[in-house]
Write a protein that binds this ligand. Structure first.
Ligand code: MG
Length: 255
């Protein structure tokens, strides 16, 4: 079921969006060569406690997950692109680090993700990150009243295509509200004008993720982490946005 939010409800989601953005900024600033993924998770967990927020991940146990997630952020490194389970690994020079984070504040959820390179930059890694960022901007720009989900999907897919990247349709964006995942699904490629017509008050997470030379993934033995089929590196960026009469409003914007 697709739920639409009133203006007041969208305003009430803003603290969650600001909080999620602040945690991503803090974890990114904290991360250098040698930082352990478990320390990054611990920092986010402390920020959740300090804010009186609630993790959406720690007890998360969907059909595709091997067990309850048990951590508060996803840390996906290099060929890991989504749902990376934080483990005892210290970030190395040149790693792509993707962090996905969702939390609930005052009963409202926001969801956001960033990718960045620690240390020496491989131009091809920078390129795949840039593609996801451009696709996110294009997808958000298409989130206008009167457009359809397919317009968002097509905008994202067009950017992927312009970079020569394939698109995996197994995981994409989704409705956000009282829960982390709701309808509608927002695929990262599709046909303009198709699907649900966007209405004022729709709140969705838009989350392009691409891999350098494949569109196929497999699940790591940890039961969570999704890796590119060919070992190529990937990136993932995400914002939670509200469709309003004045255009898309990014709830998880960072300073
Ligand atoms: Mg997310």
């Amino acid at each position: 079921m697709i739920e639409l939010r009133t203006r007041d409800e969208i305003e009430a989601m803003r603290p969650a969006g600001r909080f999620v953005g602040s945690v991503l900024t803090a974890v990114k600033e904290f991360t250098t060569v040698g930082t352990n993924l478990l320390e990054m998770d611990a920092l986010a967990h402390q920020m959740i406690r300090d804010a009186g927020a609630e993790s959406c991940y720690i007890d998360y146990h969907p059909s595709f997950g091997g067990s309850p997630f048990g951590k508060v952020i996803c840390t996906s490194i290099n060929d890991a692109v989504l749902h990376g389970l934080p483990h005892d690994y210290s970030v190395k020079d040149g790693d792509i680090v993707s962090i996905d984070f969702a939390a609930s504040v005052d009963g409202w959820v926001c969801d956001s993700a960033i990718s960045f390179i620690v240390g020496a930059v491989d131009p091809e890694d920078a390129r795949v990150i840039r593609a996801t960022e451009e696709a996110l901007v294009a997808g958000i720009a298409a989130a206008q009243v009167g457009n359809a989900i397919g317009d968002i999907s097509a905008a994202i897919g067009d950017v992927a295509e312009s970079y020569g990247y394939g698109v995996n349709l197994d995981f994409g964006g989704h409705g956000v509200g009282r829960e982390m995942h709701g309808d509608p699904h927002v695929p990262n490629d599709g046909r303009p004008g198709r699907g649900y017509k966007l209405r004022e008050g729709l709140v969705i997470a838009i989350e392009p993720w691409f891999m350098r030379t494949t569109d196929e993934i497999f699940t790591d033995p940890d039961g969570w982490t999704l890796r590119s089929a060919d070992g190529s590196r990937g990136a993932h960026t995400e914002h939670t946005i509200a469709v309003t009469a004045d255009g898309p409003m990014v709830l998880t914007a960072r300073d």
